[in-house]
Design a protein. Structure first.
Lengths: 165, 390
């Protein structure tokens, strides 16, 4: 019972922050609300007993991606000077269309999709199984991702270094 | 509550059930009580830490330190807090209201959340999550966001520059910290903090078996805490006061609080990971001794942090970044490799531990020798009048 209350509160927080991201006038505050919604998603992962995923969500999304977004906002000239309004003349029609689309999608997702429900409880050693999967079955994608990250790192250093005269 | 000693836990549960609450509410109230206890502990220990810092720095500098307010100046921090409370709360003209007011709170939040997974004694842990070590790293990265917000929202060029430099330092030193934290994780085979302490039984502390990893973590923690010799971000002779120029009164007090709380918590983490946590002689018979051992070990490390602050000069930003990326990250990678290889070696545990110790000492000597040689070359080049090439 209390789990349902917690889930409701966390979902309200997440969806509310996400709404504020797209409707707020100030770009920097939108980025902060995005961070709040990331935290909300991490809390949802905790409710689903996927604690590794929750901590990885905070580490990667809040710690790296949100920081990068904020850097990008800060270092782009002119982004912060005006208070841009997210509305224009077609706001009413666009609102109607998106509400209709949203209701249709909700109906399909809730009533028409056969969601697979697994009855087994979550295993307690998810990290070990994750580790084994990463170096056992999925070792090739793992290594390819590492090479990709290395290429990105080298590329970033190359772009950002000072030109030797 | 499987956190406190069984007698208190059972009494508490009996009390709640007698009041007619369902099990869900009991879990919630448990969590609330644990949270309040941890908050209280964390925030009041900062009072002591600030006093310790001032007295220690004073004695090293051959003076007395605060000794007027209360016996030996112990109440000085309370007086400081009251003074900061009553200061005028200035907000700069075009500051971003939301993030300006949020940044100090977020900084303290990021540090307070770390208290949750630290085992203060046998069974005394806020929440023994499976991914405790990763959780610590994640909360560290939340603190970085707070600094970025503070630097930007002050609407001040120098605060922004200070904020960028602070973020650069913190991000750079997070990597050696994660690498050195991976070493005990590899040893114990688990990321849970409680099990990490359990694996360090019989005096087999991870910091003794792998002193290079402990040393690396110590240096990275110095930098993460923005302490001397890495405190150029907020030193008075640097860019005014770094990212908290525009903060006055209680908001500055919160940054101050986050700083000292971070010192205490980083020492506690180092104790848990490397110095055996609450382990010590006779801890199985008298579990309460565990808290005493844990606090003693943490305070030795806190003392070391403050001692270093009172002794060493500061690094420049380019020296600091070069040290992080060129010295600490390769050393960390080598240490993780060594630990991973040695954990799987088919030899007796004692032989493995001795071998690991010798390999660590060897790595430390090699790194020290290389760094020393590089610095000596630099000094020679400087004295010969050539341009400085880092």
């Amino acid at each position: 019972m209390i789990l349902k209350v917690v889930f409701l509160l966390v979902s309200l927080f997440t969806v509310g922050s996400a709404l504020m991201v797209v409707t707020h006038k100030n770009l920097f505050s939108s980025a902060l609300f995005l961070v709040a919604s990331f935290f909300g998603v991490a809390a949802l992962y905790v409710l689903l007993e996927a604690e590794f995923l929750a901590v990885a969500q905070v580490l990667i999304y809040v710690g790296a991606i949100a920081t990068l977004i904020i850097f990008a906002i800060m270092l782009t000239r002119g982004m912060m000077s005006g208070r841009t309004s997210p509305r224009n003349d077609q706001a009413a029609w666009a609102g109607l269309a998106s509400v209709v689309l949203g209701l249709v999608l909700l109906y399909v997702v809730v009533f028409r999709v056969q969601w697979p429900v697994v009855e087994k409880p979550v295993p307690p050693d998810t990290i070990e199984q994750l580790g084994r999967a990463l170096v056992g079955r999925y070792v090739v994608p793992f290594e390819v991702a590492s090479v990709l990250l290395l290429a990105a790192l080298v590329g970033a250093v190359l772009i950002a270094r000072e030109k030797e005269v | 509550m499987d956190v406190l000693k069984p007698q208190i836990g059972d009494w508490w549960h009996a009390l709640l059930q007698g009041a007619g609450l369902s099990s869900g509410w009991i879990v919630f109230l448990d969590a609330l009580v644990i949270t309040l206890i941890l908050l209280g502990l964390g925030l009041t220990s900062v009072l002591f830490a600030v006093w310790l810092e001032r007295k220690l720095a004073a004695r090293v500098q051959d003076r007395l330190g605060p000794n007027r307010v209360g016996p030996y100046g112990l109440v000085q921090t309370v007086a400081d807090a009251l003074k900061l409370l009553t200061k005028e709360d200035i907000t700069p003209d075009n500051a971003e209201r939301l993030s300006y007011n949020l940044a100090p709170g977020l900084a303290v939040f990021a540090v307070l959340m770390l208290l949750l997974v630290i085992p203060f004694g046998p069974g005394l842990i806020g929440a023994d999550i499976n991914v405790g070590v990763l959780y610590l790293v994640a909360m560290g990265s939340v603190g970085i966001m707070a600094i970025l917000m503070a630097g930007w929202s002050s609407n001040n060029k120098y605060a922004l520059l200070g904020g960028f430099r602070a973020v650069a330092q913190l991000l750079s030193y997070e990597i050696p910290m994660i690498l050195s934290m991976s070493v005990p994780v590899l040893f114990a085979g688990t990321m849970s903090m409680e099990k990490l302490v359990e694996q360090q039984a019989h005096g087999r502390w991870f910091g003794v078996v792998m002193p290079a990893a402990f040393f690396l973590y110590f240096l990275a923690a110095l930098a993460e805490n923005e302490r001397t010799p890495f405190d150029l971000l907020e030193a008075d002779s640097e860019i005014v006061a770094g990212y908290h120029i525009e903060y006055s009164g209680m908001k500055f007090a919160w940054f101050f609080l986050a700083f000292f709380l971070n010192t205490l918590i980083l020492s506690a983490i180092a104790t848990t990971l490397f110095l055996g946590g609450w382990r010590g002689p006779f801890v199985e018979q008298v579990p309460a001794l565990g808290i005493f051992y844990f606090l003693a070990k943490s305070f030795v490390l806190v003392f070391a942090f403050m001692w270093i602050r009172a002794t060493f000069p500061r690094l420049r930003i380019d020296q600091m970044m070069a040290f992080a990326w060129k010295v600490m990250v390769p050393t960390g990678l080598v240490l993780v490799l060594v630990a991973a290889v040695f954990v799987k070696l088919p030899v007796a545990p004692l032989v493995r531990d001795v071998l690991l110790f010798l390999v660590n000492v060897f790595i430390l000597l090699v790194v020290a020798g290389l760094v020393g040689r590089h610095l000596r070359l630099q000094i020679k080049r400087l004295s010969e009048g050539a341009a400085v090439v880092s």
